[in-house]
Design a protein around this ligand. Structure first.
Ligand SMILES: N=c1c2ncn([C@@H]3O[C@H](COP(=O)(O)OP(=O)(O)OP(=O)(O)O)[C@@H](O)[C@H]3O)c2ncn1[C@@H]1O[C@H](COP(=O)(O)O)[C@@H](O)[C@H]1O
Length: 112
């Protein structure tokens, strides 16, 4: 399996877990707590993690960039769950931009 498929699988699995936290107990789940705070807070976290990723690139290390990127991607999946955006919606756009029609069609079928 190509690495891109593996990465997609990890984000798909993370999104499924994050989505399942909607309405869960905020006392036992950071994700449930963040989702309960609503869009402004979730969007703010995405912005903060993006800035932290930039700072890591400009002033820290590749390892820190990787760690901050993981935080950013996690918070992005929380924003997708909040907004009703499915990962397939994003994969489809990326695949179309790359001219990968097979992947775009597969993503389109999954999101129907
Ligand atoms: N991948 C992540 C993940 N990445 C980062 N974080 C959390 O994101 C938070 C970011 O830290 P910050 O210091 O920026 O934020 P904070 O000060 O704790 O909180 P704020 O007041 O700023 O909101 C930390 O609490 C991290 O633990 C994550 N929390 C959960 N997950 C995954 O989400 C899924 C659901 O987990 P629960 O949240 O435990 O339900 C599981 O698969 C987890 O592995």
């Amino acid at each position: 399996m190509p690495d891109t498929d593996k990465s997609q699988h990890i984000l798909d699995a993370l999104y499924a877990t994050v989505s399942a936290r909607k309405g869960a107990d905020p006392e036992t789940s950071y994700t449930a707590k963040l989702l309960a705070k609503g869009t402004p807070k979730i969007a703010q976290k995405v912005g903060e993690e993006g800035v932290e990723t930039v700072i890591a690139a400009l002033a820290e290390s590749p390892q820190k960039v990787a760690s901050e990127s993981a935080d950013l991607l996690y918070h992005l999946t929380v924003l997708w769950a909040d907004q009703g955006v499915k990962p397939e919606d994003v994969w489809k756009i990326l695949a179309e931009r790359q001219g990968i029609s097979g992947i775009a069609e597969k993503a389109s079928r999954k999101s129907d």
